[in-house]
Design a protein around this ligand. Structure first.
Ligand code: NDP
Length: 283
């Protein structure tokens, strides 16, 4: 699998397995271990998904059965909104690596920015969370650090006081919801954009425009979405617990979407979005 390269030189495999809504227990163990065995080298986890122990078990099983070392897998997790601030983030990190059964993470993200709707001092709170991440990064506990769901103004405020610049911003990104302003800001600042819900949590799969373009390439709509994300310079994180779909979502090297078809998909009207706005959410 191809890699993206982060600003600090870290290589990050170009497609990651999503794990949100992957049921804890045997389902998560099987999905993650199957993904590793069929070629995934990147797993996207988070404390709030409430399945990190099982994801960790899946990682160990997958690595063992595929004959791989820990260093050959890229593992991301995220600090949840209730754990913002320096001390809590430090504790949240230890809990996450403990649950995953790992002694380091490849990428740790602030899951959502503290926003002005909830916090008068939102900039300070994000800065304090970030300070913990920087310290863990400098200590070698995390190979790269970043954010998720940050708009340009959240990033600008964070970067003003940061010693280590954010390397990744994981945002909602799929046909019908491209978040151009934040993507452009990230690309201008060498921040890799990762696409959450690249299939619109499944809502893209019945879209008529995508069905007709996919038909031309003889691929599934899911494959078209993954490939389209990559061709936009963004890293897709498709989630599935179904073995055949896990394999299918990784199998996107056999075709290239033409410029004309990229333009058609890029021009799609808003559709399939979660409706979540980082300035408005109250969780
Ligand atoms: P996706 O957009 O990846 O869609 C997943 C859904 O599509 C599931 O219902 C899955 O079903 C189905 N599916 C997957 N592949 C196929 C296929 N080839 N054919 C048909 N159906 C398919 O969903 P998510 O919303 O989960 O987003 C992906 C990942 O992004 C998350 O898992 C998480 O890691 C991350 N994320 C991050 C967020 C953040 O705030 N940072 C927020 C949301 C997501 P099934 O599993 O039953 O096979």
């Amino acid at each position: 699998m191809k890699n993206f390269r982060l600003i600090n030189g870290t290589e990050i495999p170009a497609i990651g397995l999503g794990t949100w809504q992957t049921p804890d227990g045997e389902t998560a163990v099987k999905a993650v271990s199957h993904a590793i065995k069929c070629g995934y080298r990147h797993v996207d986890a988070a404390a709030v998904y409430d399945n990190e122990k099982s994801v960790g078990e899946g990682i160990r099983k997958g690595l063992q059965e595929a004959g791989l070392k820990r260093e050959e897998l890229f593992v991301t997790s995220k600090v949840w909104n209730t754990e913002r601030g320096y001390d809590r983030t430090m504790r949240a990190f230890e809990k996450t690596v403990g649950d995953l059964g790992l002694n380091y993470l490849d990428l740790y993200l602030i899951h959502w920015p503290a926003n002005a709707k909830q916090f008068a001092d939102w900039q300070k709170l994000n800065a304090e969370t970030w300070r913990a991440m920087e310290e863990l990064y400098k200590a070698g506990r995390i190979r790269s650090i970043g954010v998720s769901n940050f708009y340009a103004h959240h990033l600008e405020a964070l970067m003003q006081g940061a010693e280590v610049m954010p390397m990744v911003n994981q945002i909602e990104f799929h046909p019908g919801f491209m978040q151009k302003e934040v993507v452009d800001f990230c690309h201008q600042h060498d921040i890799l954009v990762e696409a959450w819900s690249p299939l619109g949590t499944g809502k893209m799969l019945s879209n008529e425009t995508l069905l007709s373009v996919a038909d031309k390439y003889g691929c599934s709509v899911a494959q078209l979405c993954v490939r389209w994300v990559l061709q936009n310079g963004v890293l897709p994180l498709p989630k599935s617990i179904t073995p055949s779909r896990i394999e299918e979502n990784l199998d996107v090297d056999g075709f290239t979407i033409s410029d004309a078809d990229m333009a058609t998909i890029n021009a799609m009207e808003y559709c399939g979005g979660s409706g979540l706005n980082a300035d408005e959410v109250d969780f």
